[in-house]
Structures are given as structure tokens and as C-alpha cells.
Design a protein around this ligand. Structure first.
Ligand code: NAD
Length: 349
């Protein structure tokens, strides 16, 4: 296995990892360790090129710096990617080789599950490295983070509701949910229990059917979710869905959801602001997941209480961001970035 340094101006370290025997080619990107060891998941995808994989690792690791700082965690930002199809090219040898690369970072980078990975895969990595979270079992195993992620998003939805409708009460509020996977499904249950009316879409027809039957949700087509009359939009599927094409269609007054990188470009936050749509920055709204993972990395004995305390602090951070954005008449995305950079600066001082 060979690990080579890759020059990247905005990152502390970027490593290209190759193991010819297992066919492993990937990158570990450590964006910042200013707040603590860099933490962020491992993604396996059939990237079209090494350049694409590197770009993804650089972008995602920077995003983790922001997410971890916003969540008040003593963790920096990192991310790793492996090039390949997880369905056909993921072998124990390849995972073990990657595990050795993580171990070689000597604790500056902690990995965990992301797209294309399972808790069982994390178990294989753990044969080679101590610096892996998201294990299925063990003393501090944190399990599926999505219920905690959904709890955080639900809090964010209540916050935007206060700002836009004058009350956190969601009874009768129409919430459009895009994506009924781990996060979206949990969120829908919470929203339903709070009396919200659900409008849902998913590429998986079975999930939509289930939401209709079990939660009384109204189903709409994949592209109809943007223009559907609703109060709040909760994107819980894929990134880049807030863009020049979708934003003009939106009828909602607020957006708060779980998907990563919801804005296609930074400019799209301005478009939302100009339309009077309050956007809860995604990496703040969905920080519950990494809070849950952090209990494993930081080996927290009283995980349940610790998670609740951190979710509550995250909720306060969201409120601070929304209020400051309103006072300055700017997008919450701008304020969130400032809050995060100030946090990092304070720690670096
Ligand atoms: P998931 O794979 O379980 O669910 C995603 C769902 O979205 C699936 O049901 C899928 O069919 C659906 N989907 C995909 N493309 C779609 C489209 N174009 N339109 C409508 N539906 C579509 O993933 P998840 O764990 O629920 O995560 C959802 C999002 O939240 C992702 O962006 C993820 O990165 C982010 N996120 C998840 C967590 C977590 O704890 N799982 C934490 C933070 C952020």
C-alpha cells in the first residue's frame, strides 16, 4: 500500500492511497484539525476519474469542518473516498488496506460510514485501525445516527416555523418532504405526531406507498415537490436541489431538511433570501448525525444525555443564526459560515 501527499491549498493534509493487490485507489482529506481530530465518513462511489474523487473528498471534508464546529464538537473536518462500485468492487482486502491507511494517520483522521458503506464494513476496517466509528457493536458503538439526525431537523423545522409563522406549533402546517429514507422516514413520524400535514416524494414507490398508508401523506411526483403548495420544505434525499431552476418554483416560506449540500451554489442562498424563504443551513440542521457518531469517537459514557445536551445546544445555535440573519437582513447561510469561522478562530487563538 502506498500513501502519497497531494498538495491542496485549503487543507492540512490530503493523501492519495493506493493498494495494487486489492485494487484500492482513494483519498483521505484532512481539512482542519483546529478543533480536534478530523472526523467524517468514508464514501465509495464509481467516480468517473481520480480528479472527481479528489474534488469530492476536498469539498466534503471542508463541509465536515463546518458541521462539526456548528455542532459544538471537539472534532475537525475530514472525509475519505474510495473509487469503485461498492456492489462489485468492495472486498475485505480493499477495506483492510484502507483501514491501514487510516491507521497511518495516527488519529488525525477518524472515519465512519457514508454512502456505499455499512456498519459491517466498519467492522472490517476496525481489524486494521482504532480510528473508526459507526461500528455495529462494541462498548461505545453508536448505531444508526438517522433518528438523531431527524430529531435535530425536527428542532430546526420548529425554529423556522417560529420565525416565519410566529409559532413552533406544527399542527396543520403542510411540510413537503423529499426523500423517505432513514432520515426522511424518521422525520415524517415526528412531523405526523406534531400534527403536520405531509406531502412526500421518493424515487422508491414502495416508500411513498408506505407513507400514504401509515402516515396519511399526500404523494406527489419527483419534480412536483418544489411547486407543491406547502409551508415548509424538508429536503432529505440528495444535494444540489436548491438551484436556479427549483427556487423560483417554491411556494414555501421556509426550508429545513437533512440532505447535505442542498444549495447548488452559494449564490442560491441569496436567491432564497431575496424570495423571503428562510433557509436553515443544512450542516446545522443535520448535525444530529455527527453528534451521535461523536459519542463513539469521544467514548462518551452517558451517550443519551450527552446527545440531548448537544442537540439542545445545536438548536440554540440555529436560533442564534436565524435571529442574526433576520436582524442583518442577510441569508442564514452567510451568518452560519461566520459563526463557524469565529468558533474555529477562538479555538486557534
Ligand atoms: P437514505 O439513502 O436512507 O435515503 C435517501 C432517500 O431519498 C431514499 O429513500 C431514496 O430513494 C430517496 N431519493 C433519492 N433520490 C431522490 C430524488 N431525486 N427525489 C426523491 N427521493 C430521492 O439516506 P438518509 O440516511 O436518509 O440520508 C438522506 C440525506 O441526509 C442524504 O443527503 C445524507 O447525506 C443526509 N444526511 C444523513 C444523515 C444520517 O444520519 N443518515 C446525517 C446527516 C446528513
Amino acid at each position: 500500500m502506498t500513501i502519497t501527499d497531494v498538495a491542496a491549498a485549503q487543507h492540512e493534509n490530503v493523501y492519495r492511497v493506493e493498494d495494487q493487490a486489492s485494487g484500492l485507489v482513494g483519498f483521505i482529506a484532512i481539512h482542519s484539525t483546529a478543533l480536534g481530530p478530523a472526523a467524517g465518513g468514508l464514501r465509495m462511489k464509481p467516480y468517473a476519474s481520480e480528479a472527481d474523487a479528489l474534488t469530492d473528498a476536498l469539498r466534503l471534508s471542508e463541509g465536515m469542518t463546518y458541521k462539526n464546529a456548528a455542532a459544538g464538537l471537539p472534532l475537525g473536518g475530514g472525509k475519505a473516498v474510495i473509487i469503485g462500485d461498492p456492489a462489485t468492487q468492495k472486498t475485505p482486502d480493499l477495506l483492510r488496506a484502507f483501514g491501514r491507511a487510516v491507521e497511518a494517520c495516527n488519529g488525525r483522521y477518524w472515519t465512519a460510514e457514508d454512502m456505499g458503506m455499512t456498519p459491517a464494513d466498519m467492522g472490517v476496517l476496525a481489524e486494521e485501525t482504532r480510528f473508526v466509528a459507526g461500528l455495529a457493536d462494541g462498548a461505545f458503538a453508536s448505531g444508526d445516527p438517522s433518528p438523531i439526525t431527524a430529531r435535530g431537523i425536527f428542532n430546526a423545522i420548529r425554529r423556522v416555523a417560529v420565525h416565519q409563522f410566529g409559532s413552533a406549533n406544527l399542527s396543520g402546517r403542510r411540510v413537503a418532504v423529499q426523500g423517505l429514507g432513514h432520515v426522511g422516514w424518521n422525520l415524517c413520524h415526528r412531523l405526523k405526531a406534531a400534527g403536520a400535514e405531509l406531502i412526500v416524494t421518493d424515487i422508491d414507490a414502495d416508500r411513498v406507498e408506505k407513507a400514504r398508508d401509515a402516515l396519511g401523506a399526500t404523494a406527489v411526483g419527483l419534480n412536483e415537490i418544489y411547486a407543491v403548495p406547502a409551508d415548509i420544505f424538508a429536503p432529505c434525499a440528495i444535494g444540489g436541489i436548491l438551484n436556479g431552476e427549483t427556487i423560483p418554483q417554491l411556494t414555501v416560506k421556509a426550508i429545513a431538511g437533512g440532505a447535505n449540500n442542498q444549495l447548488a451554489t452559494a449564490q442560491d442562498a441569496e436567491l432564497l433570501h431575496a424570495r423571503g424563504i428562510l433557509y436553515a443551513p443544512d450542516y446545522v440542521a443535520n448535525g444530529g448525525g455527527i453528534i451521535n457518531v461523536a459519542t463513539e469517537i469521544l467514548q462518551i459514557e452517558t451517550a443519551e444525555d450527552w446527545v440531548s445536551e448537544h442537540l439542545s445546544a445545536l438548536d440554540n445555535t440555529m436560533e442564534r443564526i436565524l435571529r442574526a440573519a433576520k436582524e442583518a437582513d442577510v441569508s442564514p447561510a452567510l451568518v452560519a459560515e461566520d459563526v463557524v469561522l469565529q468558533t474555529i478562530k477562538r479555538h486557534a487563538a
